[in-house]
Each structure stands twice: as C-alpha cells, then as structure tokens.
Design a protein around this ligand. Sequence first.
Ligand SMILES: NC(=O)c1ccc[n+]([C@@H]2O[C@H](COP(=O)([O-])OP(=O)(O)OC[C@H]3O[C@@H](n4cnc5c(N)ncnc54)[C@H](O)[C@@H]3O)[C@@H](O)[C@H]2O)c1
Length: 283
Amino acid sequence: MPPIFSKWFKSKDNFIAETMFPISEKVALVTGALGGIGQEYIRALLQNNIKGVALVDINDACAEKFIEDLKKCFRGQRLFFIKADVTDLQQLEDAYKKTIDHFHHLDIVVNNAGVLDERNFERTLNINLIATIRSTYLAFNKYLKDFKGGDEAVVVNTSSIVGLMPYDCIPTYSLTKRGVITLGMVMGTKGHYERTKVKIITICPGGTETPMLDMYSDMPDELAEMSEGLMNESTFQSPEFLGKGLIKILHEATNGSVWICQNCQPATQVHIEKNNVLLKSKH
Ligand SMILES: NC(=O)c1ccc[n+]([C@@H]2O[C@H](COP(=O)([O-])OP(=O)(O)OC[C@H]3O[C@@H](n4cnc5c(N)ncnc54)[C@H](O)[C@@H]3O)[C@@H](O)[C@H]2O)c1
C-alpha cells in the first residue's frame, strides 16, 4: 500500500454519520444497471429484500429478460427499468423523476455507469466523471435530499483501484476515477451532510470479469503494448464480490469514506491522508 493511503483520512470536516440503514425499507436507483457489476449490485440489493430498484442503463438489449429472471427468484419486489443516457442531463433527471413517480421515495443512488475508452477520451470523461458529478449533485440538491423515505440517504459512486493507483496504459480512465474519489471526499464533509442528510461513499473495484474488459482490445496503438502487459499480469475477480461489497458498505461505511473491493476479498476501507502534499524547500 503506498504511504499516502496508509493513514486515516480524518479531520474536523470528516463527519462520521453512523446509523442503522434497513435496506428492506429502501428504494434505489442504479446506473449502468445491466452491466457486469450493475447486475450483481441489483441481485445483492434484492437478496437483502430491498423495497424497489430503478435500473437505469443506455442499453436495453437484455433488460426484459434480466428483470423477468429476477422476478422468478425474488417475488413481490419491484423492479423498474428506465432507458437513459447518463450524459444527457434531461434523460438523467427524468430517470430520477420517474423513479420517484413510481416508488414515491428514493434513498440510495448508485452511480455505476462507466466506460474504458482511451480512443474517445472525451466519452470516458463525460460518462465516468461529468455524469457522476451531475448525478451526485441531483441527488444531493434535490432527489435524495427532498425525497428520502427515512432520516438519511446515501450516494455510492463507483471509482476504481486505478483511481488510487493510476495505470500508465489508461490515463484518462485513471483520471476520471481519481476525480470520483475526490468528489466523494469533498461531498462527504460535514457541511454537505448537515444541509442534506445524504451520505456519500466511494467504492473502488479491482479488476473484475465484465464486458468492460473487452475494451482493452481496442486501445490506441501507443497504449496497446502496455495494456497487454496489464492484462497478462492481472487477476480478475467475479462481479459477485462487488454485490457483497455494496451491501457491506451500505451497512458499515461512514460518510466520505473510500472502499476497495479487489482480489475476491471483502470490501475494506482505504484511509487517505487529506494533507498528503510535501512541499520542497527552496535551497
Ligand atoms: N470491470 C472492472 O474491472 C472494473 C474495475 C474497476 C471499476 N469498474 C467500474 O465499475 C463500473 C461498472 O463497470 P462494469 O465492469 O460492470 O462494466 P460493463 O461494461 O459491464 O457495464 C457498464 C454499464 O454501463 C452502461 N453505460 C455505459 N454508458 C452509459 C451511459 N452513457 N448511460 C447509461 N449507461 C451507460 C453500459 O450499457 C453497461 O451496462 C464502471 O464505472 C467501471 O468503470 C470496473
């Protein structure tokens, strides 16, 4: 573990909001819900008897079958698919409105939609970072703040292990995931919690077997060789570990905290020093 991540991120601003969070009474909105990790998030929420989930994704190809299959295993629970592109502010906000019209409250937002596209790095920035910021603001400023069913609501943002330890072959992707961590640390401070009663938690998956890994086969030439090394050296976990990780986090995580979920291990909190910059003296 690099030294900057080895100590507690703790300051007077880092408000610890520990409360019981009964998932069975909650409604969640999950973006990227039909992807490899998204599907496991949905299964895990249903296994924990969540009251309702809005599944938001740009790709509706497998939506019907996925929901039908889940309904066979999890009777009585309410699933609701909303086709939306998270980079389109209107579509994103409509997804929030439709969720509240359908379920009448909203308690958990999981910003999980993401791509790894170093050729079209603007796309990566828009989906992974800009849309995550927008959705976090929509949740904090209106839809979780005003429509939560209980005393407290939560945003879970999906970063990556490369947000903590950037990889040379995926510069823009690493940057977007670092930005998601910073967003969570800043929005997870006392002032934002006090005005909204919304917590924010960041999850950093390690390499996970999902369709996203296919994108490594379409890297720009100058990055392709480095990415081959990465693919050969890395091990990839099943996305099931992320489902378990999400539930652990919903029960245990404090406001503003950052969690790693990698190598088939239970999710663990990372401790980031806030003031980790060393200034060089001028002689
Ligand atoms: N798989 C990994 O190794 C890994 C590691 C660390 C972090 N992550 C992160 O986990 C999250 C989920 O990734 P995954 O591995 O399940 O990938 P995936 O490709 O299986 O799923 C991504 C989902 O996001 C959806 N999506 C993409 N663009 C969208 C848009 N504009 N609007 C709405 N939905 C959109 C896709 O349709 C897809 O269903 C991503 O944020 C990713 O960066 C993945």
